[in-house]
Design a protein around this ligand. Structure first.
Ligand code: EPS
Length: 394
């Protein structure tokens, strides 16, 4: 079982992570992580911070001669925002002192962790809630989960994603993109990612991409924000990961947690789950065919999961993200200090970060799949696991 823990505030000095339980002998260098950290910054609609944050991971332990050693892997990512001249963050986020000369944040944003965070931790300042609940933390999540992803890659298991819709612009039905996606994933690898990354909004259709950029520009002018939908696809997953006998090992349940644990994600769909609720069973269930001594499905409406287990078809998970709660356009709130009604105050933010969320979801999904894989084939070393995997899938 791989476990990871992240620490750090958005405007503190750094984010830190520890990844534990990675088998020995997995090839890993910083570039395997940095590649995905850079992809996380892709996407039209990001705010001012995207212009200067350049995430490069520092690896402190757990690796020798470009391979994991089986021990905990410690990671650090610096926040460029902290060191930026005149930013004032070292004073605002200081580890000591009493902060009496620092202006407090007292206007909670609707839709954000702000208000409940101060109620829960008995703060008189929203700053600590803003800084830990911030999606900045997903940078370290991507770093940690890229190690799980690197492990899966050794078994030819690849994770790809693309954006389906941002706000009101995008595909409306899976049938509109499935053939295109099928071509990009049929030989494994990351061709789907390459195609999505070539678009500023990670959309596969050039016309929709252009319309989407206009939509984001218009919403920005209105001082508003946008959510959206994306799809993550995992290829090369052997049948039998997950469980039908234990609720807490069901693969779809684990994938739902992987998506919902990301800031601002509010819904998950496995395969064509929503379409399937409108459609009779005979057009939903994927018929079984025999091919070269293997079983396959004619279609993949189930998204590669039946009975809580992978069935050997590509795993398809869709995430639904709410609009970012930090708006230029003020919403009604109440000052936590005076109790007086007030409009919210603008803080620097993104208009949308659905493209970034899609890459974070790739990472958290990789983590969930890697653990289900280890549950079935696990061992201390890559060699040992590879032997088990090869025997089962021969
Ligand atoms: C975020 C607000 C913005 C985003 C940040 C998430 O940061 P700032 O307040 O410093 O402008 O840029 O995202 C990241 C820093 C990141 O790495 O994704 C928020 O409030 O969640």
């Amino acid at each position: 079982m791989i476990r990871y823990l992240t620490a750090g505030e958005s405007h503190g000095e750094a984010l830190v992570g520890i990844v534990e339980g990675v088998p020995a002998g997995v090839p890993l260098v910083a570039a395997d992580i940095n590649k995905h950290l850079a992809r996380r910054w892709l996407g039209f609609g990001r705010g001012g911070r995207a212009k200067f944050e350049r995430d490069q991971v520092h690896i402190y332990s757990g690796i020798r001669f470009s391979k994991t050693m089986g021990g905990p892997i410690a990671l650090r990512l610096d926040n460029a925002a902290f060191k930026k001249d005149k930013s004032g963050w070292p004073q605002v986020m200081a580890l000591d002192g009493n902060g009496q000369d620092i202006e407090r944040v007292t206007l909670p944003r609707p839709g954000h962790a702000d208000l409940v965070g101060v109620q829960k931790y008995k703060f008189d300042d929203i700053r600590p809630v803003i800084d830990r609940s911030s999606a900045r933390e997903t940078a370290m999540r991507v770093a940690c989960c890229s190690i799980a992803r690197q492990f899966l890659k050794q078994f030819n298991i690849h994770v790809n994603s693309h954006v389906v819709r941002i706000g009101e612009v995008g595909y409306t039905d899976p049938s509109e993109w499935q053939q295109h996606v099928q071509k990009l994933i049929e030989n494994g690898g990351e061709k789907l990612n390459d195609a999505a990354d070539a678009s500023e909004v990670r959309m596969l259709d050039a016309t929709l991409s252009a319309q989407c950029i206009d939509h984001i520009k218009e919403i920005k002018k209105q001082g508003d924000s946008l959510g959206g939908q994306y799809e993550v696809i995992v290829t090369g997953v052997p049948p039998g990961l997950g469980s039908y006998v234990h609720w807490d090992r069901k693969l779809d349940g684990l994938l739902a947690q992987a998506i919902m644990s990301i800031q601002a994600q509010k819904g998950v769909e496995v395969g064509d789950a929503i379409r399937n609720t409108f459609t009779p069973g005979s057009q939903v269930h994927d018929e079984i065919v025999g091919r070269n001594g293997h079983f396959e499905r004619r279609t993949n409406h189930a998204g590669g999961i039946e009975g809580g287990m992978s069935n050997g078809m590509p795993i398809i998970v869709r995430g639904y993200m709410k609009p970012i709660p930090t708006l230029i356009k003020p919403l009604d709130t109440v000052d936590i200090e005076s109790g007086e009604p007030q409009p919210t105050r603008y803080e620097r933010s993104d208009v949308t970060s659905v493209p970034a969320a899609s890459t974070v979801a790739e990472s958290t999904v990789a983590y969930a799949i890697a653990n289900a894989f280890l549950d079935k084939f696990g061992g201390d070393s890559f060699e040992e696991i590879y032997q088990r995997f090869s025997k089962e899938t021969a």
